[in-house]
Design a protein around this ligand. Structure first.
Ligand code: AMP
Ligand code: GLY
Length: 426
């Protein structure tokens, strides 16, 4: 089977890595890829936004299956376009991708289908949003969310009306996230531990992945601005079996049934970002693709053939597929450019990856990297994801941080507490 992966981040490197382990895959292509993916797949400098170019590449490379990594091409309808041209594709349609691409759609969908989530209100002008925060009923902390895609950065938790007004102005007036700020959602703050719960579905059969926990805040102890994710871990005890059953019954299955009923069946990877509140799990957000960095801890725990899983999903035959997960623990520490998620510079020389990978329990996934002559240089905010897999979380953390200590680039920034919340719960 010849497979094309779309995207250029750490998630796509993990997808390529998992596909490469399959005996069914004879050739791997990635567009556009990055400095690390180039070791594992033939990279083509094609933008995922150029649908025609992606199709031409798939045809010229005789591709049997396309796996779309990021949300932006899904939101733009790349899966629809490729499927219309007869290419088996893993990724939801543009209409189904609204679950991630519009927080207003997602919240109103959850309200229509009685899916547990935080209380919310939607505002279409800054005046309305600003007058809403003056209401006595608003409780703080309050969560202010830009409606559209903002690379994980369009959500702000505010402690008082002044900060709420500031966030609303930045999103709706200054348009810090562009058109994503045309509408905002004001949402009840939920306290608890977060879980990323990800399933594969062809619309009728659902195959859950092992659960993971992301660390979205930039700095240790969950301080600082939200990022795309600074690290993640996956262990068997993140989500107790009775909670998993609740999530499947009250969230995942109602979403799949609801999307079908509303005429936009969901086929692909469905990611429910959950808060485990004292009143039960509640949905913070949906994503319509593998999480990043969650994919970098989930895929290394897959004990069966990923290419077979992807192919069966794309062909609507997931029921035929047996999927197994290892009982190990995995952790991923994101190494970011100094300044991320704000402004950062690129082009810093990276060293030490080979040394880090000498330990067979370590996998270094590349995100923002690029080859420059014989060097590897930084090329984005999140640069590398250092993953370690071991028998338990504590051992995986030790192995991962030992590997991190071998890697260097100017301004390298990372969290020192990835995984700590998983140890504390024992
Ligand atoms: P979202 O993109 O909606 O998942 O939001 C990004 C992050 O903001 C989440 O992973 C949480 O850490 C935080 N967040 C979002 N909504 C809430 C909420 N209602 N209460 C508390 N934290 C939230
Ligand atoms: N790590 C969060 C996300 O993939 O959206």
């Amino acid at each position: 089977m010849r497979v094309l992966v779309i995207g250029s981040g750490g998630r796509e490197h993990a997808l390529v890595w998992a596909l490469k382990r399959s005996s069914r895959v004879s050739h791997l292509v990635c567009a556009p890829g990055n400095g690390g993916i180039a070791r594992d797949a033939a990279c083509h400098p094609i933008s995922p936004a150029d649908q025609r170019a992606v199709l031409d590449l798939a045809i010229s490379q005789k591709i049997d299956l396309v796996v779309i990594g990021p949300e932006a091409p899904l939101a733009a309808g790349l899966a629809d376009f490729l499927s219309e041209h007869g290419l088996p594709t893993m990724g939801p349609t543009r209409a189904a991708a609204r679950l991630e691409c519009s927080k207003v759609f997602a919240k109103e969908f959850m309200a229509r289908h009685d899916i547990p989530t935080a209380q919310f209100s939607v505002h279409e002008t800054p005046e309305r949003a600003l007058s809403a925060i003056e209401s006595r009923e608003v409780r703080y902390p309050l969560v202010v969310k830009a409606d559209g895609l903002a690379a994980g950065k369009g959500v702000v938790v505010v402690q008082d009306p002044q900060k709420a007004a500031e966030a609303i102005r930045r999103m709706m007036v200054e348009r810090e996230f562009g058109s994503a700020g045309e509408k905002v959602v004001l949402e009840e703050f939920l306290a608890g531990k977060e879980v990323s719960y990800i399933v594969f579905t062809d619309g009728s059969t659902t195959v859950p992945a092992v659960a993971a926990r992301d660390h979205k805040a930039a700095y240790d102890n969950d301080r600082g601005p939200n990022t795309g994710g600074m690290g993640a871990f996956s262990t068997d005890d993140i989500l107790a079996p009775e909670l998993e059953k609740y999530v499947l019954d009250k969230v995942i299955h109602p979403v799949i049934r609801g999307m079908e009923k509303e005429g936009c069946p969901f086929k692909g990877i469905l990611y429910a970002g959950l808060m485990l509140t004292p009143g039960g799990p509640k949905v913070l957000e949906f994503n319509v693709r593998m999480g990043d960095p969650e994919g970098q801890v989930i895929l290394p725990r897959l004990g069966s053939d990923f290419a077979v899983l992807c192919e069966n999903l794309a062909l609507g035959k997931l029921a035929d597929c047996r999927v197994e997960w290892s009982a190990s623990s995995a952790i991923c520490i994101v190494l970011a450019s100094g300044g991320y998620p704000g402004a950062y510079s690129k082009g810093k020389v990276i060293s030490g990856i080979e040394m880090a990978e000498e330990n067979p329990k370590v996998f270094v996934f590349h995100a923002g990297t690029r080859r420059l002559g014989s060097s590897l240089v930084t090329d984005g905010g999140r640069v590398l994801g250092v993953t370690a897999v071991d028998r338990d979380l504590g051992s995986a953390m030790v192995v991962a941080y030992e590997a991190v200590n071998k890697i260097r680039f100017d301004g390298m920034q990372y969290r020192r507490d990835i995984g700590a919340s998983g140890l504390a719960s024992r």
